[in-house]
Design a protein around this ligand. Structure first.
Ligand code: NAD
Ligand code: GLY
Length: 347
């Protein structure tokens, strides 16, 4: 069993992360109420009921389109009807959508109850279940309404990954490639094992490395005032492309965003171009094919990003050398020109 701990001083919170095959069954998990989605329930109802007999289960419709205030309030209503108290624990079993909504419900209900994350997608296991960012989408803006609230535990069990569709595996690899832009050791490991990038055994081996990277960043900057901004590599452009309403999913947009941001870094900062070429190849390998994207519209929508809307500039966390990223500030007009230029040459 690999374990990691995040302790933050303000607010004083502690999160323990347990990672091992079979951890869901083996680990003791306090639970008063289970939140999941319809796909996960269809696959794992027996396993969940065996683990938490007599516990109420609420499942949301699966998918990002249901990451809404309506789903959040439906969950809060169910929690109220179940009579949950301040010392009760909400357990979220699912991907990043379930984790983000459940995490927010745990922050709001009675001004905060305990939450345990049991991530069942690769993306949630390496990224979203850890770090306490919770949210729902609102008025067309991704994750606009949310809160920071650390889960008390995260139980990572790679056995859940065996039922995950290939496309969802790709999404998780998107976040793993992102972490590799911050950590040279992980980067070297991915490059050396690129032929195994989609191999579940290899992925299970590197999940703990990703947890260690994420836990370290969150511990040092829980509220994203500095270092944690680097976890947004590929995300600013990825989110903007996502808002154009294309058919890719979150992790795929992160990879596509990374391709754009590598080109922007090369033009505006002193970079190790040989390294960026390898990182780019890794992202393309993870993405499969580079899809067409509406870059001009994306730049416009990037203005809606909660991190950018107060200024006329956009701040990007971009990779520049192995294990090193930098923050780059660009005026919107220039960012828009850049996305258009790169979009014309990317596919
Ligand atoms: P998701 O939760 O929608 O899950 C993807 C699909 O996989 C869903 O259809 C789900 O039902 C299904 N699924 C889940 N577990 C499964 C399993 N074991 N077997 C088969 N199917 C399974 O999406 P996601 O990719 O996990 O998460 C994306 C979300 O995470 C986005 O909303 C994004 O904003 C958020 N996110 C949050 C953070 C954070 O720090 N809080 C970080 C990254 C992403
Ligand atoms: N997924 C980015 C973060 O947790 O900060």
């Amino acid at each position: 069993m690999r374990t990691f701990e995040i302790r933050t001083e303000f607010p004083a919170e502690k999160c323990t992360i347990f990672c091992e095959k079979g951890a869901f069954e083996q680990q003791e998990i306090p639970c008063s109420f289970v939140f999941t989605d319809t796909n996960v329930l269809a696959l794992y109802e027996k396993k969940i009921r065996k683990k938490f007999p007599r516990t109420r289960i609420f499942s949301m419709d699966a998918g990002e389109e249901f990451k809404t205030p309506q789903t959040l309030f439906a969950l809060l209503k169910e929690m109220t009807q179940a009579g949950l108290h301040r010392n009760d624990t909400l357990v979220c079993v699912g991907g990043g959508v379930v984790g983000d909504i459940g995490g927010l419900a745990s922050a709001l209900y009675m001004r905060g109850i305990d939450c345990v994350q049991v991530p069942t997608t690769l993306l949630a296991q390496v990224d979203s279940s850890v770090g306490g960012k919770t949210a729902v989408d609102f008025e067309g803006v991704k994750n606009l309404v949310g809160a920071f609230k650390q889960p008390s535990r995260v139980v990572v069990d790679c056995e859940f990954l065996t039922t995950l569709p290939a496309r969802e595996i790709r999404c998780g690899i998107g976040e793993i490639v992102k972490h590799s832009a911050l950590n040279g050791t992980l980067f070297d490991r991915l490059v050396a094992n690129r032929a195994k990038l989609f191999d579940l055994d290899f992925l299970a081996e590197i999940v703990p490395d990703n947890l260690a990277i994420k836990a370290d960043v969150v511990q040092r900057d829980p509220r994203e005032t500095g270092l944690r901004k680097f976890l947004n590599v590929g995300h600013t452009t990825g989110h903007a492309l996502e808002l154009t309403g294309g058919m890719l999913s979150h992790g795929e947009y992160v990879l596509l965003g990374l391709l754009y941001e590598i080109e922007i870094a090369k033009k505006h900062l002193k970079c190790d171009e040989a390294y960026l070429r390898v990182l780019r190849n890794l992202a393309v390998k993870a993405l499969g094919t580079v899809p067409e994207s509406n870059a001009a519209e994306a730049a416009q929508l990037a203005r809606l990003d909660k991190k950018n809307s107060a200024t006329d500039k956009i701040v990007l966390a971009v990779p520049v050398a192995k294990g090193t990223c930098e923050l780059l500030e660009l005026p919107f007009a220039q960012y828009k020109r850049e996305l258009k230029r790169i979009g014309d040459t990317l596919c």
